[in-house]
Write a new protein. Structure first.
Length: 588
């Protein structure tokens, strides 16, 4: 028992410790905290603070608080805290000591060994400094591994062969992208590139700047020299940013931010996700340049990629998902909590070293996308039956997502909300879970279309709670339905995704950038497969997704679908389509 080895992600912004117990990798937490801010402080009362307590002090006393020490590892920089000078190793050791204590508290035994992760670009000096930090904290660092390697281990990619994965890691203060190759059970970093000064903090800064501008214009006061007010703005901006990952808009409200002639001044602003994305789009564009660079360095093409892993808390921003999937033309893996995946991977490595068996990490996900029916206007004509997804398939549950929908007409006061599960862009081709009417909608002003906020809450028991809210009248309606859920390993999810994507005949609808109101529906199918056959395939897919068939029936249907899609000539296709029609008739 004494030979236990923990896995540690010693991050720039946050750190975490994990272990493999009974074959299952899991994070060791401190109360409700699974990740610990990588912050160290010396309090006015004369005590040492690490983690959340230190982060809280940062707002009040930034001079006696140290953040992002990881950037200085391997350098000669010294930090003064509580009147004493410290090396970066010593500051990091405070964090490691805290993680060691968390592990010991959880496990009820002394912990003396660890695997610690570092960025793939870390030099020998930086790796050595990380090892020394461990030793100062009383930990023998049995191995230093690269963060992208750890992420690949957490996803079980060491069981795959001859595969190439792109690991996109956007944390709080750093960004890196690596190409990881799997050969014969060995995970190796082929190339890595990044920006050590790009991360979630930059997104917070942008939003805080905007808030500052609004505040100073309104009150004619600058907060530039008011450190405390600026720190409060930053925290409020971060909270709003996190909110915008799940909701279409956020309110920033900070009371008594400053005062003028003894009158308190408050900040109040509203920002939509679209505005936030516009404000920060150049930051994300920088990550595209890094993805291009890493591919060039490794002499690879986008088509050579088999998997994409999202790592780091900032990858929860929907714009990141969109950017990475557009760039790689792959559906990224994000099932394992992006804040925890590196520590979990370090624990997997630790278990391998200790000769312990390791099972795959299990995650609860939505196996199908969930959304509602919407319509759009194209050149003055209404196109109905469009599937608008709120929760994408393979999203880890529990999850909450909200979107705003506009009514088609200014005087429309009721909307039928139809809730679907499935992947087809045509709403009615998916499985209808439930529907309800919300009426008495009010317009926010003359000539304005009333709006409805639709919110999906998917809980741990697989219940989907759908709420429609009229933001003007406050009127709300809700339903709860049992939706399909699954407990799968990321590896199983990836294979299921591959199988599904082969069937995604219609999964291709593009938004026309030139005209906001126009959505074009394009069907991407081989020329020989006509509209009728496509509809048959879609029916087959919906039937398979509804999970109501016996295994034998599902296999027969899948096999026939495969044959139809691979038919080499028209005669064969017609015959098989006929057969499919018969089978559907029987099964439905
Ligand atoms: P990490 O260093 O990987 O722990 O990432 C920390 C960064 O992730 C911070 O900048 C957080 O603000 C950011 N972050 C965490 N959760 C979210 C979220 N839901 N949406 C956007 N950013 C997030």
């Amino acid at each position: 028992m004494s030979d236990i080895i923990v896995g540690i992600d010693l991050g720039t912004t946050n750190s975490a410790v994990a272990i493999v117990q009974d074959g299952v990798p899991r994070i060791l937490s401190k109360g409700d905290q699974k990740i610990i801010p990588s912050v160290v402080g010396y309090s006015k009362q004369g005590g040492w603070l690490v983690g959340r307590a230190a982060l809280n002090q940062y707002t009040l006393d930034p001079d006696n608080t140290v953040r992002s020490i990881k950037r200085d590892m391997g350098s000669d920089r010294r930090v003064t805290l509580g009147g004493r000078e410290f090396t970066p190793q010593e500051i990091s050791a405070f964090i490691l000591r805290e993680l060691k204590a968390i592990a010991e508290e959880n496990l009820g035994q002394t912990v003396t060994k660890a695997v610690i992760t570092v960025p793939a670009y870390f030099t020998n000096a930086q790796r050595q400094a990380t090892k020394e930090a461990g030793e100062i904290a009383g930990l023998e660092v049995v191995r230093i591994i690269n963060e992208p390697t750890a992420a690949a281990l957490a996803y079980g990619l060491d069981h795959e062969d001859d595969k190439m994965a792109l690991v996109y890691d956007l944390g709080g203060g750093t960004f890196d992208v690596s190409l990881v190759e799997m050969t014969g059970g060995v995970v190796e970093v082929r190339a890595s590139h990044g920006d050590t000064h790009l991360g979630g903090d930059d997104f917070d800064d942008r939003l805080a700047e905007q808030a500052h501008q609004i505040f100073s214009q309104k009150h004619q006061v600058s907060l530039q020299d008011n450190r405390l007010a600026m720190a409060r703005l930053n925290r409020a901006a971060e909270a709003a940013k996190v909110h915008l990952s799940d909701f279409p808009e956020a309110n920033i409200r900070e009371e008594y931010l400053a005062e003028q002639e003894a009158i308190p001044l408050h900040l109040e602003m509203k920002i939509t996700r679209a505005e936030f994305e516009d404000l920060t789009k150049d930051l994300l564009a920088r990550t595209t340049a890094s993805m291009e660079k890493v591919l060039t360095d490794a002499e690879l093409e986008i088509e050579d990629l088999d998997r994409v892993l999202l790592v780091g808390g900032s990858t929860r921003m929907p714009a990141v998902w969109d950017l990475v999937s557009d760039f790689t033309q792959l559906e990224p893996d994000a099932e394992i909590n992006p804040d925890e995946v590196v520590a979990l991977g370090a624990a997997v490595q630790a278990a391998i070293i200790a000769g312990q068996p390791v099972d795959s990490i299990l995650v609860d996900v939505t196996p199908y996308s969930l959304g509602i029916e919407a319509a759009t206007m194209v050149g003055g004509q209404i196109i109905p039956d469009i599937y608008s997804i709120l929760i994408r398939r393979n999203t880890t549950i529990p999850v909450t997502k909200e979107q705003v929908f506009r009514t088609l007409y200014p005087d429309q006061d009721a909307v039928q909300v139809k809730v679907y599960q499935g992947e087809a862009p045509i709403a009615s081709a998916n499985t209808l879970l439930d529907e309800f009417l919300i009426d008495g909608l009010k317009s926010a002003g003359r000539g304005q279309h009333p709006t409805v906020n639709v919110r999906f809450d998917f809980d741990v028991n697989g219940m989907l709670h759908v709420t429609a809210i009229d933001p003007v009248s406050g009127n709300r309606k809700n339903v709860s339905v049992q939706a399909t859920q699954a407990r799968l390993t990321p590896h199983e999810i990836a294979s299921a995704r591959e199988r599904l994507s082969e069937m995604d005949m219609f999964d291709n609808f593009d938004e026309d950038d030139d005209d906001d109101d126009v959505i074009e529906l394009t069907a991407d199918a081989p020329a020989t497969i006509d509209k009728e056959t496509k509809a048959l395939l879609q029916r087959a897919k919906s039937l398979l997704e509804a999970n109501k068939l016996t295994t034998e029936q599902a296999e027969q249907l899948s096999s026939l679908v495969d044959q139809v899609m691979q038919a080499s000539n028209q005669g064969e296709l017609d015959e098989l389509s006929e057969e499919l029609l018969d089978m559907l008739f029987e099964l439905e």
